[in-house]
Design a protein around this ligand. Structure first.
Ligand code: C5P
Length: 228
């Protein structure tokens, strides 16, 4: 390939998407959120009443599915069979479902094939869980972005904002629920047999637990500059 691949992996809520979008803007690359592909397929599985354990059915479904990521300045728009599902796939039921369908090896192989095609020419920042380990083990830059679960949950919570209407009070259980949900997804991602979440041996590990967003972005930018 003519241009580099920047691989960004790490647990949910670590700030990978923000980092990917920033690096893509700075260096003129495309940012590709692979999680959105798992989310899109999970949404289609929900829509078709498929069980998340049924790998055969999920792979058959994938084989008649077209998922397109359209890079934007912030994140990706996601098209499922030509329909924009960008908003829907961020909802909680799809988030949980994506984490469950992504354990299946043959479904992952289907995703990885497409992701390699999408990145084959380089000039991409690809973000996910297995980019540096499986999708592009030869990526020019690999960053593993981590942070303590409580910090990730808290950032997510403040990002989404407390759901507050005249009927509901801001409740502290919402943030707790978010931390719990992140931990559950992490456990599944780290403990699955196929392509578990882990840093590649040659990945640069950034722990953003006690860093500001600006510090994290500056660190990522410096890493890319020194490698490409
Ligand atoms: O990154 P995002 O939160 O959108 O990913 C949703 C889910 O998809 C993750 O919880 C993970 O289980 C799965 N995923 C994956 N491999 C990737 C990207 C996402 O298994 N490369």
């Amino acid at each position: 390939r003519e241009r580099p691949v920047i691989a960004i992996d790490g647990p949910a809520g670590a700030g990978k998407s923000t980092m990917a979008a920033h690096l893509a803007r700075r260096f003129g690359f495309l940012n590709l959120e692979t999680g959105a592909m798992y989310r899109a397929l999970a949404f289609k599985a929900i829509d078709n009443d498929l069980g998340f354990e049924d790998e055969d059915a999920l792979v058959a479904l994938a084989d008649e599915t077209r998922i397109v990521l359209e890079p934007q300045l912030e994140g990706n728009r996601v098209f499922l069979d030509g329909v924009d599902v960008s908003r829907r796939v961020r909802e909680a039921d799809v988030t949980a479902a994506a984490s469950k369908v992504s354990v299946h090896p043959r479904l992952r192989a289907w995703m990885v094939d497409q992701q390699r095609l999408m990145g084959q020419k380089g000039g991409v920042v690809m973000e996910g869980r297995d980019i540096g380990t499986v999708v592009f083990p030869d990526a020019e830059v690999k960053i593993f972005l981590d942070a303590a679960p409580e910090v990730r949950g808290n950032r997510r919570y403040r990002q989404s904002g407390p759901v507050q209407t005249k009927f509901t009070e801001q409740s502290s259980t919402t943030e707790e629920a978010m931390v719990r949900e992140l931990k559950e997804r992490d456990e599944r991602d780290r403990n699955r047999a196929e392509s578990p979440l882990r840093p590649a041996e040659d990945a640069i590990i950034l722990d953003s637990t006690s860093m500001t967003l600006d510090e994290v972005l500056a660190a990522a930018e410096a890493i890319v500059r020194s490698h490409v």
